[in-house]
Design a protein around this ligand. Structure first.
Ligand code: OSB
Ligand code: MG
Length: 370
């Protein structure tokens, strides 16, 4: 697209319920939306960085500064006619900062596709009109409270439950949920890197619950530890934090560090890299699923499009808007018998509702193309 101006929007969006993981508790999302204004279209991208650098090294204030001071100037230097496929190459000399890069690429991709009248799902090679929705359930204050929360989500229609775990909140809550809801419940757990290889025997106690997978039990950079752990567990290992790009995905699979991959576009630098990872996993018959980062409707729309690709054979953390927010910034995504509809309009198919955007906005920075 021929870019004229970039607007960086910051929004404050309280979560309907605090979300506790092994790395911290989120009560409100500090959202950064990138709006790219072109001659023929406008594109939107969401930066998925959290307010603090606890999931990964990125955080929203840092991503905002990164976009303003290091990424946009490189795009400006490359000229106003920018295609989404070129963004990765232009920004490659900047090390890391995948979430910041992904937000810009997503906005330009959306703008390109809107100008072309093509949906993101069809441009990525999507094959589904709706995607199965799972839900990620935070660490609760008690086991009865957890069972209650899970029951509520099952009543909503979610087809898969993911329990957040950490040392001291693992075997007992998993046992209680399995016991209460029975063997047919699709159940998985996510440790967000809270364990070490010394916990292998303890984690093997989860094997008897027939979990779909255990997500990121060990540290981000510990591929060899995950490979050792995989040999000691029956439960398949899925990596999230570790998979920061296609090269790491290949390495992790070659080394037996995981047998399932969680794909999050923000973590890997964008939807184009996410598709590369999908394709290489599909080729190897490795199941993938779409992770989430508590996105607004902007990021959610793009995730749902990604999850419509053929290799996404497991339900994603692609939950309905109301699981997160009382009011989403776009038209809300709603559950229809456990699924979300894949948007069919041009680009991501949704946009912020102007009045809602204004109400949620905490700051707005206009950056003319120069
Ligand atoms: O590890 O998958 C994760 C949320 C924020 C950061 C990391 C993770 C998560 C989730 C929730 O599990 C996914 C979602 O519902 O968006
Ligand atoms: Mg995870």
């Amino acid at each position: 697209m021929r870019v004229r101006r970039v607007v960086l929007h910051r929004l404050a969006m309280p979560l309907v319920t605090p979300f506790r993981t092994s790395f911290g508790t989120e009560t409100s999302r500090d959202v950064l939306l990138v709006e790219v204004e072109g001659a023929d279209s406008i594109g939107w991208g969401e930066c998925v960085a959290m307010s603090e650098p606890l999931y990964s090294s990125e955080y929203v204030e840092g991503a905002h500064a990164m976009i303003r001071s290091h990424l946009l100037p490189r795009l400006f230097a490359a000229g106003p006619d920018i295609k989404a496929e070129d963004v990765g190459g232009i920004l490659a000399e900047v090390k890391g900062h995948q979430m910041a890069k992904a937000a810009i690429e997503a906005a330009i991709l959306d703008g390109d596709l809107r100008a072309a009248g093509l949906s993101l799902s069809s441009s990525l090679g999507g094959v589904r009109e709706r995607v199965a929705a799972g839900v990620s359930v935070g660490i609760a204050t008690s086991i009865p409270a957890l069972v209650d929360a899970v029951g509520g989500y099952l009543d909503d229609g979610y087809v898969r439950i993911k329990l957040k775990i950490e040392p001291g909140w693992d075997v007992e809550p998993v046992a209680a949920v399995r016991e209460h809801f029975g063997p047919d419940l699709s159940l998985q757990v996510d440790a967000n890197a809270a364990y070490t290889l010394a916990d292998a025997a303890h984690l093997a106690r989860l094997d008897r619950f027939g979990l779909l997978l255990i997500e990121q039990p060990l540290a981000e950079h510990d591929l060899s530890g995950h490979a050792s752990l995989a040999r000691r567990l029956k439960t398949p290992i899925c990596l999230d934090e570790s998979i920061t790009g296609a090269a790491v995905a290949v390495d992790a699979l070659d080394r037996g560090a995981c047998s399932i991959v969680n794909i999050k576009a923000g973590r890997v630098g964008g939807y184009i890299e996410a598709k590369v990872i999908h394709d290489l996993c599909f080729e190897r018959a490795v199941p993938v699923w779409c992770g989430g980062m508590l996105e607004t409707g902007i990021g959610r729309a793009a995730n749902v499009a990604l999850a419509s690709l053929p290799g996404f054979s497991l339900p994603g953390d692609t939950s309905a808007s109301k699981r997160y927010f009382q009011r989403d910034v776009t038209e809300p995504f709603e559950l229809e018998s456990g699924h979300l509809a894949v948007p069919t309009g041009p680009g991501i198919g949704v946009a912020p509702i102007p009045e809602v955007l204004e109400e949620l906005t905490t700051s707005r920075e206009e950056i003319p193309w120069r």
